[in-house]
Design a protein. Sequence first.
Length: 278
Amino acid sequence: MARSENKETASAATRMVADMIRKMRLRAGLSQPELGTRIGYSAAAVSAAETCAQAPSDAMLVALEREVGDGLGFFEDARAPLRREKYPRQFRDYSGLEQKALVLRLFATLVVHGLFQTPEYARALIGGGFPPLPDERVEQLVEARTARQALFDRQPVPLIELVLEESVLRRTIGSAEIMRDQLTFLAKCAQRRNVTLQVLPLDAGVGGEFAGAYGNLNLVETPEHDHLVYLEIQDESLMINDPAKVSTYAQRYAKIRSQALGPRESLGRIEQLAGEER
């Protein structure tokens, strides 16, 4: 539901898009109900977008570009910055790096990495967090999180490596059905040519060595071939670009990967656990 207080706190980008929606609607000689009919939204939704009561969704921007964009590409170009504004503040800087990365090397220890979450899994996870969020905010975050998966098919194709703790695959989020679908989606992702997915098994620490004890890890190689590390815990984040520290984290990631199951064996483990959720 649109909130009146959003009008006071709307960002410059949201205000600019709102103004452009109104101008392009009037240029096309359309009322708010008429524009709503053409793009598949209510007149109230159009009004909310034009008054900054609620930022337009990604799907609405696509429809606006198609119906009243007039070939300018404005609404298409607005998708990325508006999507970024929906992310939690601590994630916004990293989100831009993620979408442009040449290489991502990821390690997730508690839940499925956000880049690989299904909408239903993300909704259960975000909606079940604390403190509780309004339903509107939950849906914003779900939409923004799943939109990140456009990266999988981006050109130039990025290389994405993900190591998941086996406990992540065994921890049911939402329901058995949601978890089964999430595992099935992971299996499909693992079969992409630009994705390598490995499982760090529960017995990885047998013998005294366990490189994954320090938690989640995101390594990024940018288009300029800079190497960065992004860490996030308890709604706080840290971006690291010091070469010596990045090298240490890269070595740690290499050790984590060496202790994980191979890609084929990992895929088999995921498919096995998906079957157990039936």
